[in-house]
Design a protein around this ligand. Structure first.
Ligand SMILES: *Cc1c(COP(=O)(O)O)cnc(C)c1O
Length: 365
């Protein structure tokens, strides 16, 4: 089969070829069952096996402590923007840190359910591109939790470490960074992520929540979104997104098989992600044509927005990229410019091909 184009989509994003081939091979008959995974009862033994393996692999990859629940939910990260305050705010105070478009959406949604205060915010006329020093954050002591977005997919702003200075339960939207590097799960009360960036197909939302956070949902919280109900029913209170869970499980196994030098699994993937991001930012920084608007210390390893200093060249840049089989590089409509999303499934060779093209384009313009 000819090599597929390199796909820089921010999400739904490229999946590893190996995973797609694997799923294709067992599409009509999963392990001699005579059924496709999407045709199975979610309560049958076959799907039970798929779900429990997916959870075990995820727990191992992220070293999830035993006192955390792993929930397989639906609705995406935007639904979690409501589900989190419904479950964790007690209708009282909740504090948010705004470092980009997604955390901005989170805090606006939370206002429907609780008293929101911005512990820090970085919006400026030129958009987002930094994280305020943690010494300057002013969360309320009696807030039920402090929410942040670990990686701002649109703006390219990423926390390099969990912001653990305060004693408040920490809640993180990790939609576009979960499984790109090791994460300090124990520093968090709750982590959530829509799958379609770095985990699997759209339709699945992962939630990792400490057991002490369960049982405080508002009475108005829909049962299917009540963490305690979902946990008690092992993510099968209602029909879970079975096929998306199966695909995510294949991705978890793929990550476990990765090696990079002496590194294995998530450590190998993280090292490769660092190399990919370094290569691309080095190209941008050395160039007279391309520029990044994000401060060095918080540049995302997953989503790299960049701009052409002469914006009239945008269309020509995108056209040339398309001709070289470099797909979906156009920036988010709210930001403009370009954005290269380089999740786990993007090989180093894909970033090298992009960088070669960027050099060539700069020389000829
Ligand atoms: C994509 C994304 C969202 C939105 O996810 P949906 O699945 O569309 O609800 C929210 N937050 C972050 C960080 C994202 O990357």
């Amino acid at each position: 089969m000819p090599q597929r184009p390199y796909n820089f989509s921010a999400g739904p994003a490229a999946m590893p070829d190996e995973v797609l081939h694997h799923a294709a091979a067992e599409m009509l008959d999963w392990h001699g069952s005579g059924m496709s995974v999407m045709e199975m009862s979610h309560r049958g033994p076959q799907f039970g096996h798929i779900l429990s393996h997916a959870e075990a692999d995820l727990r191992e990859l992220l070293a999830v402590p035993a006192d955390y629940h792993v929930l397989f939910m639906q609705g995406g990260a935007l639904a979690e923007n409501a589900i989190v305050p419904l479950n964790l705010s007690r209708g009282a105070k909740a504090d948010y840190v705004v470092t980009g478009s997604w955390s901005q959406k989170s805090q606006l949604e939370a206002r429907k359910f609780c008293d929101v205060h911005l512990a820090a915010s970085t919006h400026s006329a030129s958009g987002y591109g930094s994280i305020p020093p943690i010494e300057l954050w002013d969360p309320r002591r009696d807030a039920q939790y402090l929410h942040y977005c670990a990686n701002e997919t649109i703006d390219g702003v990423e926390f390099q470490h969990a912001p653990t200075r305060f004693s408040l339960p920490l809640v993180a939207d990790m939609s576009s960074t979960l499984l790109s590097r090791p994460v300090e799960v124990a520093a968090h009360a709750c982590i959530y992520a829509g799958a379609q960036k770095n985990i699997g197909p759209a339709g699945l939302t992962l939630v990792i929540v400490h057991r002490d956070m369960l049982g405080r949902a508002l009475p108005s919280c829909p049962s299917a979104f009540d963490y305690a109900v979902v946990a008690k029913n092992s993510s099968m209170y209602n029909t879970p997104p079975t096929f998306a869970i199966y695909m995510a499980g294949l991705v978890f196994q793929w990550i476990r098989r990765q090696t990079e030098g002496a590194l294995q699994g998530l450590a190998a993937v993280a090292e490769r992600n660092r190399q990919k991001a370094d290569l691309l930012y080095a190209c941008i920084d050395a160039s007279e044509l391309y520029t990044s608007r994000v401060e060095h210390a918080c540049r995302s390893r997953m989503n790299v927005p960049f701009f052409l200093r002469d914006e009239r060249l945008n269309d020509a840049f995108l056209q040339g990229a398309q001709q070289r089989q470099l797909l979906q590089l156009k920036g988010h409509k709210s930001v403009g410019g370009m954005r290269a999303s380089i999740y786990n499934a993007m090989p180093l060779g894909g970033v090298q091909t992009l960088v070669d093209y960027m050099h060539e384009f700069e020389r000829s313009h």
